[in-house]
Write a protein that binds this ligand. Sequence first.
Ligand SMILES: C[S@@+](CC[C@H](N)C(=O)[O-])C[C@H]1O[C@@H](n2cnc3c(N)ncnc32)[C@H](O)[C@@H]1O
Length: 273
Amino acid sequence: MSASPAPLGRPTRGTTGTNRLRRVDRWIARHPSLRTAADDPLVIDLGFGASAVTSLELEARLRRTRPDVEVCGLELDPERVARARAQLERVRAARTPFRPDAHVSFARGGFEVPTARRPRVIRAMNVLRQYDEADVADAWRRMASRLDAGGLLVEGTCDEIGRVATWVALGPDGAPQSFTLSLRLAELEHTSVAAERLPKALIHRNVPGERVHDFLQSLGREWERAAVVAPFGAVQLWRQALSGMRAAGWPVQAPSRWRLGEVTVPWTAVEPR
Ligand SMILES: C[S@@+](CC[C@H](N)C(=O)[O-])C[C@H]1O[C@@H](n2cnc3c(N)ncnc32)[C@H](O)[C@@H]1O
């Protein structure tokens, strides 16, 4: 880790929680970028928050796909880094449910990602939410520029308990590639819950005339139309809604993941006008 006297970014609230990021972790674990990485892929948890838990969970989940993964949690706030390191000591002492040999470390850093090695993946969840929309492009560019070739930046937002999550995936050139919405289908009343949890680049664009607004409106309509299959379960309802989206011309990807409550579309389908 090279010295970084002034990490890039602005201090924000550190709210986090156990299991909050499971939906995005599951997506990263299956992503070709991680699966095809060379040895010991470095994964950054940028803005891990008030506790070490989501970095530890990220390592535990990615390890199933890549046992050689190394996760480094980065934070602007030095007190949060110190707290996470103290929690890691407890992990090493086998006093937590996490593996004592978890490949996890913590350091101070911001959007400049001051690691000696280039990361394969950067996960930045619930970080840009507290910034201005105008800050997004620069933050994306800085983080993406640190990725290795074939790397992946995942930047998004979710609710406190991880039932509603959305994220943008970007490549090393800083260009957004896709937008994913992931919902816990059990007990889901309506897809409109996603509107409050859009990534910063989209949340202010959910207004008539913008693509993301059209997307959420269409998804809502198809969800309501699919209600006839509700007796067959929430997954069937969701599948039916996404089939309706496809029939309506939306470039909905990865049907194999629909059962998980996910929908992914190319960024061009939702990007701001
Ligand atoms: C709301 S918490 C999110 C914690 C965790 N990622 C989650 O989703 O549960 C946001 C954290 O991001 C940190 N943060 C904000 N800007 C940052 C930056 N540029 N670089 C690193 N951390 C940053 C804040 O200090 C805060 O602890």
